[in-house]
Design a protein around this ligand. Structure first.
Ligand code: GLC
Length: 544
């Protein structure tokens, strides 16, 4: 298994990245147009969320055909060109493999619905009568995880939307079909794969009610997940490609097994524990202020345990399912720039492979939509209804969506300061934030001190310093809640990384003598520093 400590990955949400044909929807040719920009960031790989044929109920995570391209985004020629043109620029393309479920529009599911036994075995059907689902499990998008099919007298399982039917991985034919998909794209020159919610693929043998939760404890990191992953990787020969698993509600012990190179499963995985520190009692749709003590505990635990046991993390704040991190943990006003840079620094200097989600590198913020009509995301729309039914007022429900909706990160990429931000000539499929002055690539290219150029420096530092890539990590200054600080220890020397996560000045428990030390990067004027006793609002410093 190859090591990807030197790499940085740039994530694209194609629908919102760049519209080349003026229909208000981003497309593959739009990505091709921006390849030079992506290369200028210094990144090594591009992960694009799915652009396969799909009814788009979950924006492409509901796949109708794994081997065909959604005409909304382009065609096979465009994809081939994307792979080739990216390759010329030293960029590898990572495809998003949604293998836990297919769209109910997939040929396999349609044949299952028609009663063909072979294809019914591709999915998870259970007998039952119309008013009693097989278990009380809840879908991640709200409501029951089961849907009744009257013509069959059976229920099928969908952990996500009702149009996303879970595949039956216990059936070897299903596993073989999915291997063919990998081989098809590998043959086309794809250089890596992201596996969507891949720790949910192995369901329990016996399905029973969950008296404590929504059912996830029965199928998360399920009984055969490691075996199935090993088989998929071995049979498709992708052990040396970049593979990243998206792990829903996982735990460290499993992530160690997923990513220990000796296990030959995946290069790295995403977990989301650090992004639940503002969920009240673990509930996504209940707000609370971010708990920084908890954030530090989570980072410490995950970083240290993964290091100790030879696991590897994908490190990130943002993706297409998360609100913008500046709005969430930073400051949208006075310290917008400082906080955007500090958040970038705090994550990029960790032990792991960093991911940058489109727009993060220019400090994009949540759009603050104020009406339900602005939302497009299936989960957000479902939860708006659920919140209203639970007695929340319109304003309260909209306030919660404004903080939590996945659409917060799905607004068009801001390329310049024109009407539609240079994303499109036409009105985009989803609105742009109104307040976005200076938050665009064009303005930030011209400013040496911009958030954009700060990201470039972070990516470059990783390439230059072995200690950032492969050094070990130790956490320091644990007693100060607002400060996330750590030391990386490597063969080419050590570095100290100090981040003030708050809008106030914070004193360090121990001052840092700068004699013989050098500042590699910081988000304030560096010249003032001879010794460091305090960190200014949202200040970050990397010291060698
Ligand atoms: C993952 C994707 C998300 C999608 C879900 C179901 O969490 O990131 O966007 O809705 O899986 O496929």
């Amino acid at each position: 298994m190859k090591n990807f400590s030197k790499s940085t990955i740039y994530q694209i949400y194609p629908k919102s990245f760049c519209d080349s044909n003026g229909d208000g929807v981003g497309d593959i040719r739009g990505i091709i147009e921006k390849l030079d920009y992506i290369r200028s960031l210094g990144v090594d790989y591009i992960w694009s969320t799915p652009f396969f044929k799909s009814p788009m109920n979950d924006n492409g995570y509901d796949i109708e055909d794994y081997l065909d391209i959604n005409p909304m985004f382009g065609n096979m020629e465009d994809v081939t060109e994307l792979i080739t043109e990216a390759g010329k620029r030293g960029l590898g393309i990572i495809f998003d493999m949604v293998f836990n479920h297919t769209s109910t529009e997939h040929e396999w599911f349609k044949r299952a619905l028609a009663g063909e036994e072979k294809y019914m075995n591709y999915y998870i059907f259970r007998d039952g009568n119309a008013d009693e689902p097989p278990t009380n499990w809840q879908s991640k998008f709200g409501g029951s995880a089961w849907e009744y099919v009257p013509s069959l007298g059976k229920w099928y399982l969908h952990l996500f939307d009702v149009t996303q039917a879970d595949l039956n991985w216990d059936n070897p034919e299903v596993r073989n079909e999915l291997k063919k998909v990998i081989l098809f794209w590998k043959d086309k020159g794809v250089r890596g794969f992201r596996f969507d919610v891949v720790n949910l693929i192995s369901k329990p043998e016996i399905f029973r009610d969950d008296e404590e939760g929504d059912g996830r404890r029965f199928y998360t990191d399920g009984p055969h997940v490691h075996e199935y992953l090993k088989e998929l990787v071995a049979d498709t020969g992708i052990e040396d490609m970049l593979t990243v698993g998206e792990m829903s509600s996982t735990c460290i012990d499993h992530c160690i097994r997923y990513t220990d190179p000796g296990e030959k499963e995946l290069s790295m995985c995403f977990n989301f524990h650090h992004l639940k520190i503002d969920y009240k009692d673990g509930e996504k749709w209940e707000l609370q202020r971010p708990d920084y003590d908890k954030l530090k505990d989570i980072f410490r635990e995950w970083q240290l345990r993964m290091q100790e046991k030879n696991g590897w993390n994908a490190v990130f704040w943002c993706n297409h399912d998360q609100p913008r991190v500046v709005s969430r943990l930073g400051d949208e006003h006075k310290y917008w720039k400082e906080s955007a840079k500090m958040l970038a620094c705090s994550i990029h200097m960790l032990r792991g492979t960093p991911y940058i989600y489109q727009g993060e590198e220019i400090g994009m913020m949540n759009p603050h939509f104020d009406k339900i009509e602005d939302y497009r995301d299936v989960e957000s729309i479902n939860y708006y209804k659920i919140l209203r039914e639970s007695g929340k007022s319109k304003e309260e429900a909209l306030h919660i969506l404004g903080e939590r909706s996945r659409d917060n990160s799905r607004t068009p990429m801001q390329w310049d300061n024109t009407k539609y931000a240079g994303f499109s000539e036409a009105e985009p499929w989803i609105s742009l934030p109104e307040d976005r002055e200076g938050v665009n690539v064009y303005d930030q290219e011209a400013d040496e001190d911009s958030v954009l150029n700060f990201y470039r420096k972070l990516v470059k530092l990783r390439k230059e310093y072995e200690v950032i890539r492969d050094g070990s990590i130790e956490f320091i200054f644990d007693s100060v809640k607002e400060i996330l600080a750590y030391k990386r220890v490597g063969e080419d020397g050590d570095i100290l990384v100090l981040n003030n996560m708050s809008k106030d000045e914070v004193s360090l428990p121990q001052s840092i003598d700068m004699t013989g030390r050098k500042i590699l990067l910081s988000n304030y004027d560096e010249s003032r520093i001879s010794g460091i006793d305090v960190l200014r609002p949202y200040e970050c410093i990397v010291i060698q």
